[in-house]
Design a protein around this ligand. Structure first.
Ligand code: FRU
Length: 511
């Protein structure tokens, strides 16, 4: 359906302010046919309508999980960014909350409230976010005493840093006097620490470190890490996580989320190894960790949970017609394995989404080059599958498949350890992007073990509990719900196949 005008005459304003508005907005998108294959995800976090990008300000407060996100209430495109807000008791079902932060017409954030984080400042929930003002982007602070974190008060002394470091050659572009945005704040050694993303003339992306006694007075310490000229022009959304034995720094370099594992010595990050957090449509992740967990919370002190933005992989016309854009990944637990490698898995709570069981650890023999339909189907399901290649060259699992295979998306695992997604046959809609995506899955854990989350227009893959690839696809047909398998050039075996129907993350009264 076409939702070119959201401010239509059922009384729902384009800029919703209360829960009823939110519910109506959300229902309207589903009613427009966005609740089937290729539509708006069922159990991933999405905006009620309109535009979403980065997750922001993750915080656990008063026993609840709060997720804020970059939100344009004016339409499904990136402009005049506010902070959207959703809340959950269990990480499984979420409720839309009214917009949390809006640009102030005369403030240093008058053109947008861009990405930032939340911290617990000795009992006061506090946001540090990027204020856009003409050609400037500078950090702004807001606090609240509302336990529901709905209404925020902006600090009158904003911005809390007046300009980028004077002695640093920060990149100037057409839009910005200086690329200087996105804020990650944590407490360490009795002081606040603060990372800002930037780009250096001739130096590539960098994460700048500040420290302070308070959240309003900052001293520049130097770059925590600079990537050098080949590492991307700007590093957006830097975040430092404590994985116990080591630190993880990740940055988003316009294309990938690059991570570095290592240690911090005298304010500088010493890199042991690096990689890419997710090899698909995944960007600008942010985490709920020790630094933004309400101090009074005694639960959930061990892990950090990371959400990423799953951008659309279709053109702006298609997003405009859908009336919504962008989803968040499942919350992920990121940790290091005993061998030092990175591990990633969905939060354990993701299993609470399971409703009906569709397959229970079955074994399926795959004859050479025989396309075999599996006894599992759905547009919002989880598949857990173990694949042994035996003497085949590759195994292909096709998802979102129509009975005639006119639409299907093959996930292919080849003997050389490459896992790839071919989006050419995914959709008959020419506005959907069809480029292939792939990642290396070193075959040390044979058989290959996959958890695949299918959610209408999302394929979120965890391989061997380590490597992630998330892909956005847009099947057009209601019967694009089948799953099939094929072994290429030899025999292979699905050593174990389990699957579940998954429930709804953001139910409304209309459901
Ligand atoms: C990353 C990003 C951030 C910025 C925000 C604007 O996707 O570009 O650098 O703060 O989105 O919405």
């Amino acid at each position: 359906g076409c939702l070119r005008s959201l401010a239509v005459d059922d009384g729902t304003p384009a800029r919703p302010t209360d829960a009823d508005d939110m519910r109506r907005l959300r229902d309207r998108i589903d009613d427009a046919g966005e609740d089937g294959p290729g539509g708006r995800p069922k159990y991933h976090l999405t905006p009620p309508a309109n535009w979403l990008n980065d997750p922001n300000g993750l915080i656990r407060w008063d026993g609840r999980y709060h997720v804020f996100y970059q939100y344009n209430p004016g339409g499904p495109f990136h402009n005049t960014i506010h902070w959207g807000h959703a809340v959950s008791d269990d990480l499984v079902t979420w409720r839309d909350e009214p917009v949390a932060l809006s640009p102030s017409p005369d403030g240093p954030d008058r053109d947008g409230c861009w990405s930032g984080c939340a911290v617990d400042d000795d009992g006061t929930p506090t946001l540090l976010y990027t204020g856009g003002n003409g050609r400037d982007q500078l950090p702004c602070l807001a606090t609240t005493d509302d336990p529901d974190l709905r209404s925020w008060e902006k600090y009158e002394g904003n911005p809390v840093i007046e300009s980028p470091p004077a002695d640093l050659d920060v990149l100037e572009t057409e839009h910005w006097r200086a690329e200087f945005r996105d804020h990650n704040v944590w407490r360490e050694d009795g002081r606040w620490h603060h990372l800002v993303g930037t780009g250096l003339v001739d130096g590539g992306g960098a994460a700048l470190l500040y420290t302070g006694e308070t959240l309003t007075e900052w001293t520049y310490e130097g770059p925590l890490l600079a990537g050098g000229p080949d590492a991307g022009a700007v590093w957006e959304c830097p975040e430092l996580l404590d994985l116990g034995d080591r630190r993880l720094l990740h940055v988003s370099d316009y294309e990938n989320v690059v991570y570095f594992l290592g240690t911090v010595e005298d304010g500088e990050f010493v890199v042991d190894s690096e990689g890419v957090l997710d090899h698909g449509d995944f960007y600008a992740p942010q985490s709920l960790s020790d630094s933004n967990r309400g101090a009074e919370d005694e639960t959930d002190t061990e892990r950090s949970l990371t959400w990423g933005w799953l951008p659309e992989a279709r053109d702006v016309d298609a997003q405009w017609d859908a009336g919504w854009s962008g989803a968040l990944s499942l919350p992920r637990v990121i940790e290091t394995a005993p061998d030092g490698d990175l591990r990633q898995r969905p939060a354990d709570e993701a299993t609470d989404l399971r409703t009906e069981r569709l397959a229970d650890g079955e074994t399926v023999a795959l004859a050479p080059d025989d396309q075999r339909r599996l006894d599992v189907s759905g547009a919002a399901i989880e598949i857990e599958i173990e694949i042994a290649l035996d003497d085949a060259e590759a195994v292909e699992i096709s998802v979102f498949e129509t009975p005639d295979r006119a639409e299907h998306t093959p996930i292919r695992y080849a003997r050389d350890g490459t896992l790839s997604i071919d989006r050419t046959p995914s959709s008959r809609d020419p506005r959907a992007f069809a480029d292939a995506q792939s990642m290396a899955v070193p075959p040390y854990d044979e058989p290959l073990s996959l958890r695949v989350f299918l959610d209408r227009s999302v394929i979120e893959i965890y391989a061997n509990g380590r490597h992630c690839l998330t892909s956005r696809v847009y099947p057009t047909r209601d019967d694009a719900v089948g799953v099939s398998a094929r072994a290429e050039g030899g025999r292979a075996e699905i050593a174990s196949l389990s699957a579940w129907e998954l429930g709804e993350a953001m139910p409304t009264d209309g459901d």
